[in-house]
Write a protein that binds this ligand. Structure first.
Ligand code: NDP
Length: 291
């Protein structure tokens, strides 16, 4: 028989996780603050627990997927003394610091702790494109890897429990940069009689082609060699005002893109005019907010 799993938190994501464990043949115990959400899972064979303590007692592996890590603390802290020997796998989105604090708290309770970052929407769970990032003690990950495989790919990123959140947030950072650029572009074309759907046929291959440079930028970042024959910071600094002026002239907010100009100005002022855009990674590590 496959090992038992308890799932705490049956929102959109937690429900998908519990269903995937059931689908893979694991005995699954579930608990949610609002008990009504256990219904569809018990219909699929899950065992409903009346309390979070009961769910923790039911399985050696306890998977949490709650709204925030504050909620995780709200649920776990009253269970102090009842987690000894358990492995807690917290797949709630959070920060590296929150993950490290929770790992330290779990260790004090005699429990193992793995942190996870889910790189999928609920509908993708258990499908071919879903994966979860894990960090924390390697032996704990190895012990439960087969169980985690029910959710999708298992990507282990290191013993520091904060690393899964760091990777997760870095991936989201890339996503938000792309999404915000796409929204700004749609806002701009909609100031004229251009359908966003029609424009998207140009935008998607363009952004895709530009993203093809990301591995070359990464190589420049890792080696510190930023000289370019593609597109210099000087050229980008001089062209960028055209974007900001056009947003303003067409009545599109500049709030998303205005902060880019002083960054480009600083790059040139600090002597990097001939370098490529990859040089900005260095500047972003010394700018406002970095202390
Ligand atoms: P939902 O809003 O659907 O679910 C939130 C869950 O948290 C519910 O089980 C809710 O219980 C519970 N909860 C909230 N407050 C409390 C509390 N004070 N005490 C006990 N339980 C509480 O969110 P999702 O399932 O979509 O997301 C869950 C986590 O997964 C988040 O951290 C999210 O960032 C992450 N995630 C989600 C993705 C997605 O596409 N949905 C993708 C990747 C990560 P109740 O039902 O009683 O309200």
């Amino acid at each position: 028989p496959k090992p038992a799993v308890s799932v705490i938190g049956l929102g959109m994501m937690g429900t998908a996780l519990a269903a995937a464990f059931l689908g893979a043949g694991h005995p699954v115990t579930v608990w949610n603050r609002s008990a009504a959400r256990t219904g569809p899972l018990t219909a699929q064979g899950a065992i409903p627990a009346d309390t979070a303590a009961e769910a923790v007692a039911a399985s050696p592996l306890v998977v949490l997927c709650l709204s925030t890590n504050d909620t995780v603390r709200t649920v776990l802290e009253p269970l102090a003394g009842q987690l000894t020997g358990k492995t807690v796998a917290n797949l709630t989105n959070g920060t590296p610091e929150q993950a490290r604090d929770l790992a330290a708290w779990a260790a004090k309770e005699g429990a193992g702790y793995l942190d996870g970052g889910i790189m999928a929407v609920p509908q993708m769970i258990a499908g071919p494109h879903a994966y979860v990032l894990y960090s924390g003690a390697r032996d704990l990950f190895d012990a439960h890897r087969e169980t985690f495989a029910a959710l999708g790919g298992t990507t282990y990123v290191g013993t520091d429990p904060g690393l899964a959140a760091l990777y997760d947030l870095a991936l989201l950072t890339g996503m938000y940069g792309m999404v915000m650029g796409v929204m700004q572009a749609y806002a701009l074309v909609r100031t004229e009689a251009i359908a966003a759907t029609e424009f998207s046929e140009l935008l998607v291959p363009w952004v895709g082609a530009m993203l093809g440079s990301a591995p070359a930028w990464a190589a420049a970042v890792d080696s510190g060699r930023h000289l370019t024959d593609v597109s210099s910071l000087a050229v980008n600094q001089e062209a960028f005002p055209n974007l900001l002026e056009t947003f303003a002239a067409q009545g599109v907010s500049t709030e998303l893109f205005a902060p880019v100009q002083p960054l480009l100005d600083r790059a040139v002022a600090e002597g990097h005019a001939a370098d490529g855009l990859s040089r900005l990674v260095d500047l972003l590590r010394t700018g406002p907010g970095t202390g």
